[in-house]
Design a protein around this ligand. Sequence first.
Ligand code: ATP
Length: 288
Amino acid sequence: MENAIKVEHLSKEYPGFALRDLSFLVPRGSIVGLIGENGAGKTTTLHAILGLIRPEQGRIELLGRPYDPKNPAHRRRIGVVFDECGFPPHLTCAAVGRMMGLVYRELWDAGAFAEYCRRFALPQNKEIRDLSRGMKMKLSIAAALSHRPELLILDEPTGGLDPIVREEILDLFSEFIQDERNSILFSTHITTDLEKIADQIVFLHGGQLVFSQSKDDLIYRHAVARCTSAQFAGIAGGEYLRRRSLPGGGQELLIADRDAFARRHPQVVLDRAGIDEIMLFYVKGEEK
Ligand code: ATP
């Protein structure tokens, strides 16, 4: 399958932080969620992908070729939304539409923009500085979608938004992806959003890739085993990924292959592992 994004061996260093040798793919037609704790390197990764910062090492391809932000034809195929609304604050929504029309010319779909604004109940004549955070995000997404990109790259598009607005935005993402040429990469802390719509999860921790995996594999194959210390004594180190000690002396284990573990240890209680819980195990848990 062709890839919308190919990141190979990306490294970027800041004082006290390093993104190290990061490689992952965003297959065409998929929604990929980039997750990780505060400071894990998500925004740095998105900036490097878009050529906004210069990495020390790495190769990045967007839509089948090395990304050149100076090439308008290539740039226009990519819709970008960062968590700050990038439009001048004195503009109204209507003025944003006119400005985008001048920038994107024949690619700009004024009718689609008007329809998104109507659907999102965005007031046409209110200045951006007077819009709420959710409204600004909706405006940014409406503008990004209205130049008909094939790839959307978004930094925390649903952060700080109420569940109804989040749902509206996720619905829009699902509609966008109905065209199988289209793809989305977005960073988020809201793992329930990922559980709803992501196909793949890329998990960064401290600037390093922990995994890049299909969401279904992650959720349905992983499990959390809660065992007493006596049960734990019968479990080999290779049978779990991470562990956390429980206050009463027992252990919680993150298991990669739920069915195989259940066959070997039928007496141990196994629970479903959500994305949040899997992240917690990697960030706070011990290896063996
Ligand atoms: P959050 O979830 O809080 O948005 P993040 O995963 O997006 O975090 P980044 O914004 O990529 O994290 O930051 C990763 C690290 O890189 C942080 O330690 C940050 O201080 C550092 N960093 C980012 N940009 C710069 C910069 N321009 N100069 C120096 N350090 C930077």
